[in-house]
Design a protein around this ligand. Structure first.
Ligand code: PEP
Ligand code: MN
Length: 342
């Protein structure tokens, strides 16, 4: 159920409706829009008769939500959500007319490596750097990330270069720590249905970058985002990173058709990760072009100054000069779509 407030409803009327919903043992999520506020209701196990809400002052109408996801849905919020990330270099807006660029190494390997890549990322004009301090690896013998020392390196990069930090939390314990250092907390593909982690992310004060599971349907992807929002964190950015198919010439199959499908169903922004989506350096540029042309709200790209020595995902890391080239092309594509890249 969704309560749509009148355009001229006062703050007090919105608060009263929320309080009434909470009195019924349910959770109210007031989501302001440009024209009116909508209040999503969660916590009901089955259908509830909320007709009583319709008569409260300031309420325009109560409408049942037809989809299993509520807070994520366009029914709740017709206009695009714009997630804003404050960085020392300036705010980065993700969604709406804004296409956001996030670039950096797969993993933080050492201070020297991370600083070298960060300098290139800053020089390219990106304001957000990615890099894992905790790495979810297929093999327990592979490099697992530096852990908290890696987060400290990221904090130093933030103060040295002014870049905002996007980094992954792989479980609830690391999320506690990552939350202290990150500007955006990444939840990886392997954790897309780790429901306790999603709930914890929903209680975090930072935006969440939620990657699509490698075998997740669109509904499962959106329901994962719903978990985060249901806990009260409405700053969720989706990320398509390829799904597993029989096609084996790339690491994964980048599902660009999911972009317009998400846009039809949800107000949340969606990024594309062409690095994990293809696993191959030479395919990152063409798929980046295609992603932005298809309406992606940004790109998450792996870059390394010396990919041959990278401790993870070297084969898909583009070189710093390729990042510069990629950005120049993507900016031109964005112009055609009347969007700007930041
Ligand atoms: C990553 O972005 O470094 C990563 C591990 O990606 P994914 O979770 O999509 O595999
Ligand atoms: Mn990687």
């Amino acid at each position: 159920m969704l309560v749509v407030m009148q355009a001229q409803a006062t703050e007090e009327q919105i608060r009263d409706v929320c309080a009434r919903i909470e009195q019924l043992g349910l959770k109210a999520h007031a989501i302001p829009g440009s024209l009116r506020t909508a209040i999503g209701i969660t916590g009901n196990k089955g259908a509830v008769d909320l007709g009583i809400l319709e008569s409260l002052p300031g309420v325009a109408e109560c409408i049942p939500v037809s989809k299993p996801y509520k807070l994520v849905s366009r029914e709740l919020k017709p206009e695009d959500t714009i997630v804003r990330v404050a960085t020392p270099l300036g705010d980065v807006a993700i969604g709406g007319r804004h296409v956001a660029m996030i670039a950096g190494p797969c993993a933080i390997e050492s201070r020297e490596q991370a600083f070298a890549v960060a300098r290139h990322v800053r020089d390219s004009g990106c304001k957000l750097i990615r890099g894992g301090a905790y790495k979810p690896r297929t093999s327990p013998y592979s490099f697992q990330g530096l852990g908290e020392p890696g987060l400290k390196i990221l904090a130093d990069i933030r103060s040295e270069f002014g870049l905002g930090i996007v980094t992954e939390a792989i479980d609830s314990e690391t999320l506690d720590l990552v939350e202290q250092y990150a500007d955006v907390i990444q939840i990886g593909a392997r954790n897309m249905q780790n429901f306790s982690l999603l709930r914890r992310a929903g209680r975090a004060r930072k935006p969440i970058l939620l990657k699509r599971g490698m075998a997740a349907t669109l509904d499962e992807f959106l329901m994962a985002a719903e978990y985060v929002m249901a806990e009260g964190n409405y700053n969720v950015v989706l990320c398509e990173r390829g799904v597993r198919t029989f096609s084996d010439f790339t690491r994964n199959t980048l599902d660009l058709a999911v972009i317009p499908a998400v846009k039809a169903r949800s107000h949340l922004p969606i990024l594309v990760d062409p690095s994990h989506g293809t696993g191959k350096r030479s395919k990152v540029l063409p798929l980046s072009r295609a992603a932005v042309a298809a309406g992606a709200d940004g790109l998450l790209v792996e870059v390394h100054h010396d990919p041959a020595t990278a401790l993870s995902d070297g084969t898909q890391a583009i070189l710093p000069e390729e990042l510069v080239h990629l950005l120049a092309e993507v900016r031109q594509i964005a112009v055609i779509l009347q969007r700007t890249v930041n």
